[in-house]
Design a protein around this ligand. Structure first.
Ligand code: FUB
Ligand code: ZN
Length: 656
């Protein structure tokens, strides 16, 4: 019998050209640009903020911290959660030090930690809106206040910063915050028996527990998850006590959303499907999965499974985007997946990646990694322009500048990425995901190392285990592994076979091999000192269809190659794109174009192009009248790279 060791992952170096480009972009463009914006030093415009938040062009995020720290005078500006822009940025900067040491940036971030420490109250509280403008209302309107959400984002940043730099002050701020929250919340006499309107603190406390081993933090995270919805009137009662008039609202309109929207209508264990605001849902799910893993809480785990299935099987776009409506940035109902009015917030895709990662820590199922990959290469990545300085908040699957301008129901759908937003939650959220992508490549469960992403890397584990993966993914499906196991310990290497690769070929040490597929993984027993594995994934271009329960995609097809979902843009094709018809067996051709969009795989698809009716023709005619069409070819580019050239039309789903 094999005696397996339990490998511990120490370090992953991303060597993928595709991801190295993005990660260097974070260092060279994204972080400096966002730092300028948050210091109100960037010449930007937020006039096309899809949320119509009406903010001025300055973020004031750093100024708010300076005012709270007593270094400046003035009022708080922006949303009650404005501080989180800074914290997500700080977290992204922390990760970047792991692959790109940067003393200049480190000086800035060390000073920022000092500023945050100065802004923190003696009792550990830190949320600049309340400190500056409403100290008497702390924790009194949790439906809208985002106080725990805000502190949760700091806690995440503080843990990451400490882990990357060893700056103890960064961690101390986080523990003092958590202690403050612990003193104020719970079921004991004198504490608030509530929770935040926006989940985040749960996953943050779980991270803090992981770092500090302080069980109180895990218990507090568990409390927030199990207390949610126990008293469905909790938020409303708090609002009554804090002052019922709408002028007292911290974010206008937030009181109108139902309890379900806040996932607070009933205890989570009783909620069949996730309702409401998409980012709230996926942050909550991440917290649930995190805490369930450490506590063994079966109710939480069952809720994770239910919510996962509902989102992934019935409410997710082919690109991984989630949240179908701009009204409340929310989920709607099963199979409702409109393409030209959808929301698909970048933060929701980032949060879905967090959720998938946590689920992989619980079950070795390929479907979690499939979704993670979908987000990394499509839904989340689309949130940033190739220049690192423009961002999407809303990610549509069909867009037209004329429609966005002319139809108020589509005004949230931008057809070009914006400089910044009044509510700027997305840009730094995506930056922290990209900067930490090395943490999303492996999952170690007991005796098994799961290699579930095909992002070239060199990984080092304890016990002399090293895994090097080289490839040109996502453009090529040839994946080469070299495994060094200098101490000859025995372990299993699980390699994901993606759901898009129906066929694959495997060679171990040059010998063609077949291995059974187990929940999306093949498993190789490793007990020798070195091993070479070659995997050939199926990179044929696929013409995809949606379940015929999805009204909006009925009679339509989409193009996918490997993990990449493709989009047709007006700039490459004769518009309108709606006049193209693509057969399910359409001829397709793939080539890599180094000079296009920083190097992308391009797919050409044979199609029929209907002749557009003349403007003078009647609006309705007998359908039996012949319409001329010609043979044509559609040029398609990766969805993540759309809107990097002109402000034009785009479509993922094409008429069949
Ligand atoms: O409410 C805080 C953040 O702002 C959410 O996560 C985003 O969806 C945006 O509404
Ligand atoms: Zn966002």
């Amino acid at each position: 019998m094999q005696v397996y060791t339990r490998p511990k992952l120490n370090k992953v170096k991303v060597t993928s050209d595709f991801w190295k480009r993005y990660r260097e972009l974070v260092v060279k463009e994204v972080l400096p640009y966002q730092w300028k914006v948050m210091n109100d030093e960037a010449d930007i415009s937020i006039s096309e903020d899809p949320q119509n938040n009406g903010q001025d062009k300055n973020s004031h995020a750093i100024a708010n911290l300076k005012i709270a720290a007593g270094q400046m005078e003035g009022h708080h500006y922006g949303f009650p959660f404005q501080d989180t822009d800074v914290y997500k940025w700080l977290e992204a900067a922390a990760y970047s030090f792991g692959y790109h040491p940067n003393p200049d940036l480190q000086k800035i971030t060390d000073n920022l930690i000092d500023l945050i420490a100065d802004a923190q109250d003696d009792d550990g509280y830190l949320s600049t809106y309340f400190q500056i403008d409403a100290p008497e209302r702390k924790f009194k309107r949790l439906q809208q206040s985002h106080e725990l959400y805000t502190m949760g984002h700091y806690i995440e940043a503080g843990v990451a910063f400490y882990q990357e730099t060893g700056n103890k002050k960064a961690l101390d701020i986080a523990t003092r915050m958590a202690d403050c929250i612990d003193r104020n919340f719970g079921l004991e006499e004198g504490k608030i028996p509530g929770y935040d309107g926006h989940p985040e603190i749960e996953l943050a406390l779980a991270r803090l527990y992981e770092e500090t081993n302080e069980k109180r933090y895990l218990d507090l995270a568990h409390y927030f998850l199990t207390q949610r919805g126990q008293d469905p009137a909790f938020f409303e009662n708090q609002i009554k006590e804090d002052g019922d008039s709408p002028e007292r609202d911290l974010i206008p309109g937030m009181r109108d959303f139902k309890r379900e929207y806040y996932l607070a209508a009933e205890p989570i264990k009783d909620q069949e499907v996730p309702h409401g605001h998409a980012v709230r849902v996926v942050y909550l799910c991440t917290g649930m999965a995190y805490v369930a893993r450490y506590t063994g809480d079966k109710d939480l785990l069952a809720a994770c499974d239910r919510f996962w299935n509902d989102i992934v099987k019935r409410q997710m776009y082919i690109t991984g985007n989630i949240g179908q409506t701009t009204t409340g940035e929310a989920f709607t109902y099963d199979y409702d997946l409109p393409n030209d009015t959808d929301y698909g917030e970048t933060c929701a895709s980032v949060g879905m990646s967090f959720f998938a990662r946590q689920m992989l820590n619980i079950h070795a199922k390929g479907e979690y990694a499939d979704v993670l990959e979908k987000e990394l290469f499509n839904g989340a990545l689309s949130g940033m322009a190739l220049d690192g300085k423009h961002f999407f908040y809303v990610n549509p699957l069909e867009a037209d500048p004329v429609a966005s301008k002319g139809n108020p129901g589509k005004s949230h759908v931008l057809t070009h990425r914006a400089d910044w937003f009044g509510c700027a939650c997305c840009p730094a959220n995506l930056a922290r995901l990209i900067a930490s992508v090395d943490e999303y490549l492996y999952t170690v469960n007991d005796d098994t190392i799961l290699s579930h992403q095909f992002i070239s890397n060199e990984a080092e584990f304890d016990d002399g285990i090293k895994i090097s993966q080289t490839n040109h993914f996502p453009w090529s499906g040839d994946i080469h592994y070299e495994i060094t196991n200098s101490e000859g310990k025995a372990f299993k290497l699980g390699i994901r076979i993606p759901n898009w690769s129906a066929n694959f070929e495997l060679e171990i040490n040059g010998v063609s091999t077949t291995l059974p597929l187990n929940d999306g993984f093949i498993y190789v027993d490793v007990d020798v000192e070195s091993l070479v594995i070659d995997l050939k994934l199926d990179m044929d271009v696929k013409v995809m269809r949606a379940s015929n329960r999805v009204n909006d995609d009925f009679g339509k097809v989409a193009i996918q190659r490997g993990p990449i979902v493709y989009a047709a843009e007006g700039t490459d094709n004769e518009a309108p794109l709606s006049l193209y018809e693509v057969a399910t067996d359409a001829k397709t051709d793939y080539h890599f174009d180094e000079s296009l969009l920083d190097g992308v795989g391009v797919v050409n698809v044979s199609a029929k192009l209907q002749k557009a009716d003349s403007k003078d023709a009647p609006l309705y005619v007998d359908a039996s009248e012949q319409v001329d069409s010609t043979d044509a070819e559609l040029t398609m580019v990766p969805y993540y790279a759309w809107a990097n050239r002109e402000n034009g039309k785009m479509r993922v789903w094409l008429n069949k």
